[in-house]
Each structure stands twice: as structure tokens, then as C-alpha cells.
Design a protein around this ligand. Structure first.
Ligand code: PLP
Length: 417
């Protein structure tokens, strides 16, 4: 825009976004404590107070990743940067990599392998299905020289969860390292880096961690770190070279690498502290509970889930748009009339599914009920045979059943004690 054009536009004022209910694939709503923390005064990225906070932040990340990995820290950049960080460090030119593709993000992993000069062996599964462990086993048998396996734990584009523990075990049996995308799974469903033996893993701040976008927590096993140290050829990215960044995120002699996004890091520290206060297992259980209630309501409206029940992600609920319904119009009505954002289908699923996220701070009973009520009224306006209140009643019933089961469980515990 030229100066003249700028002068002719309406007067520019400060920007105040509207209040939204975020139930899409991320970003999520942010806890007020995180927002307050983020608006604190700036301090230098080498200030001793900041450095102390960094140590706590790393410890909190180790907790959510369930790992003792020394090299666990947030990369400055969105989840996509965390993804590149893993590939650019661990894939060397000519290296054979088994890469699993069952949605958008598996496709991006493949793109990364190719750009790093790796030789990909693709394991394809239909969108909406998990990665098939048998196919991965067959791929290793057919390619005994494969050095790396890469897969997405929670495929946000379809709502399907893959069995990260089994897939990692297959790779280890064949002596290969493992890169896992835990962008949508971390904080929402169990991720156990050490127990499962994952070598490199990345996530993002704005999904189940409920922080502002722009940070990507990563963790590397000692095996992965040793591999990168032993590389003879320089890593093809200066910014993402693991051996250089260790000078800032390592434990001693911190020096300048790049200007860390300090206030975003305060925010992540607070968001992780909230998870620690709740307890990871309680956070996982909360995602499951609200998923079951939302699902009961959506199904009571006659909607069908895209993914088979046993592979459904609690934090990402993909349902088929009924035939004859304008998929986009429904999303627009939810946003304009109720301030609710849900996700559309990507790639081949465009126009075919809706994606209801229940991630982090957005994963609450008030959001479940509001969403069911709003969706019911929008679909009814479009002429679908939906009765007011039926979805809410089904969700209420699901909550009541879960409460009864919890109470019974608690009584049994007391009886045993
Ligand atoms: C969102 C997402 C990413 C990318 O994260 P950005 O922060 O958008 O770059 C990668 N993988 C999965 C599975 C995701 O859901």
C-alpha cells in the first residue's frame, strides 16, 4: 500500500478482536491467567530472571512429554517449524525414511523428507484410518536399510489417532529412529516419550496446551542428539541446527542465538503450569469426558462420525456433513450468529466434514452444550428434522452416566482402603 492509498482508507484504529468460542482445529481459547502473564513487561532473553524461568519451562515440558530428555525446549515458531526442526536435523541426504501418510500432516512430513534429500518409502492409509502397523512392519522388511520412521500421532485433518506405542516399537525393533508429530495429541491424550522410546517429537502451543500460537515444544532422545553431533555434513538450516541452538537452550553459558519470543514464553510457562496443577491424567480424562458428551449430542442429531469409534480422537471430532446441507453456510452461521468457530475439511475432505475441536481450555462443558444448541438451531433453520433439546439431553445423559461411574469407582476405592 502506498502512502496515498493508506491516507484514503478509513481511519485506522486499534484492533480489538471479538469474543469467540473456539472449537476448531486450533487455536484454542486461552486461559485468563495465560493472557495476564503474556501482557507482563518485557525483559531481556538473557536476564537471569528469564533464564530461571526457562529452566522451569523445560521441566514442565518434560512433564507433559513424560520424558527425562535433556534436550526438551520450545522452538520459536509454529508447529510446522517444530516439524522441520526434527527432519532437518535427523534426515541426511540419501537416508531412507519410512513416512506414513493418512492425512494432511503425513503429507507434509513426506515433503520434509524430500526437501532434506531423504529417500522416502511411503506407507499410505486412507484418510480417516489410523496408520496400519502391519504395513509399517512390511515396509521395514522390504527396506532393511531404512534408518527413520515418521508418523503423525493425532491426524488433525481427519480426527484419527494412530497407535504411537506400537509403531515406535516396530521401528526400534528394526534399529530405526522415530519422529512423531504430537501437535494435536500433547496434553489431550497420553504421549509417553521415554516409555515408548520416541527419538524426536514436536508439538505446538495453540492446540491442547492452550497457549498463543507461535511456539513448538520439541524433545530429542540422547540417541538423536548423538546422531546429529556425529553428522559429517552441516545441517542445511542455520536457524534450526540443533547443535547451535543448544548454546541458548542448554544449561550453561547461555549466549545469543536469536531473540527469543520472551512474552510468548512467559505465556507457555503459565499454560504448562495450569496443566501441571490439573494433572496430566486428569487433563486426558477431561478431554475424553467432554468428547463422549459432544459425541452423544452430535449423534442424537443424526450426525455420523467420520472415524471408526476405537480410533476417534477426543480432542478432534470429525463428522460427515449430511447430504444436501451447505457445509460452508453452517460454519458461517455458527460464527456470525453464535460466535463459534469450527473447522472445515481439508484437501479431499473439503465440503464433506466438519471438525469440532475440544482442545485444552476450549474443552469445557459450557462449550459442549453451547455448540450442540447452536448447531441444532442452525441445522433446524436449514430444514433438518431436529427436535430442540434432544442433543443437549443426550449430552446431559452422557455426563450423568460418567458421573455415576466415577462415583461407583470412588466408593470401590474407599471399600478397598
Ligand atoms: C496444527 C498441526 C500442525 C502444524 O502446526 P502449526 O502451528 O499450524 O504450524 C502440524 N501437525 C498437526 C498434526 C497439526 O494438527
Amino acid at each position: 500500500m502506498t502512502l496515498k492509498q493508506l491516507a484514503s482508507t478509513r481511519k485506522i484504529t486499534s484492533f480489538h478482536p471479538p469474543q469467540r468460542t473456539l472449537m476448531g482445529p486450533g487455536p484454542t481459547e486461552i486461559h485468563p491467567r495465560v493472557l495476564t502473564t503474556m501482557s507482563q513487561p518485557a525483559i531481556g532473553y538473557l536476564d537471569p530472571v528469564f533464564v530461571e524461568m526457562m529452566e522451569e519451562l523445560k521441566a514442565l515440558l518434560r512433564y507433559v512429554y513424560q520424558t527425562d530428555n535433556a534436550l526438551t525446549f520450545p522452538v520459536s515458531g509454529p508447529g510446522s517449524v517444530g516439524m522441520e526442526y526434527c527432519f532437518v536435523n535427523l534426515v541426511t541426504p540419501g537416508m531412507k525414511v519410512i513416512v506414513c501418510r493418512n492425512g494432511v500432516f503425513g503429507g507434509r512430513m513426506l515433503e520434509n523428507v524430500e526437501r532434506c534429500g531423504g529417500v522416502p518409502v511411503i506407507v499410505d492409509d486412507d484418510w480417516g484410518k489410523p496408520v496400519d502397523p502391519q504395513k509399517v512392519e512390511d515396509a521395514f522388511k522390504a527396506n532393511p536399510d531404512a534408518k527413520l520412521l515418521a508418523f503423525v500421532h493425532a491426524e488433525t485433518s481427519t480426527g484419527a489417532q494412530s497407535d504411537a506405542k506400537t509403531l515406535t516399537a516396530i521401528a526400534r525393533k528394526h534399529g530405526a529412529m522415530v519422529i512423531v508429530d504430537a501437535v494435536t495429541s500433547l496434553g489431550g491424550t497420553p504421549v509417553r516419550v521415554d516409555e515408548w522410546g520416541i527419538d524426536a517429537i514436536y508439538s505446538a502451543s495453540q492446540k491442547c496446551l492452550s497457549c498463543t500460537p507461535g511456539l513448538s515444544p520439541v524433545s530429542f532422545s540422547q540417541r538423536a542428539v548423538d546422531f546429529v553431533k556425529a553428522r559429517t555434513e552441516k545441517v542445511h538450516s542455520w536457524f534450526m541446527d540443533m547443535t547451535l541452538l543448544a548454546s541458548y537452550w542448554g544449561n550453561t553459558n547461555r549466549t545469543y542465538h536469536h531473540t527469543a519470543p520472551t512474552n510468548s514464553l512467559f505465556a507457555l510457562h503459565e499454560a504448562l503450569l495450569l496443566i501441571q496443577e490439573e494433572g496430566l491424567d486428569k487433563s486426558w480424562a477431561r478431554h475424553q469426558r467432554h468428547h463422549l458428551a459432544l459425541k452423544a449430542g452430535l449423534e442424537a442429531m443424526g450426525l455420523k462420525f467420520f472415524v471408526e469409534e476405537k480410533y476417534q480422537l477426543p480432542q478432534m471430532n470429525a463428522v460427515l456433513c449430511p447430504t444436501g446441507v451447505d457445509e460452508e453456510l453452517v460454519r458461517k452461521s455458527l460464527l456470525n450468529e453464535f460466535g463459534i468457530e469450527i473447522g472445515a475439511g481439508l484437501g479431499p475432505l473439503k465440503g464433506k466434514i466438519w471438525r469440532f475441536g475440544l482442545m485444552g481450555y476450549s474443552c469445557r462443558p459450557d462449550n459442549v452444550m453451547l455448540c450442540l444448541s447452536a448447531l441444532g438451531s442452525v441445522l433446524m433453520d436449514l430444514g433438518l428434522a431436529i427436535k430442540v433439546g434432544e442433543a443437549e439431553a443426550a449430552a446431559h445423559q452422557a455426563y450423568a452416566t460418567l458421573h455415576a461411574a466415577d462415583a461407583q469407582h470412588a466408593r470401590k476405592k474407599v471399600a478397598v482402603a
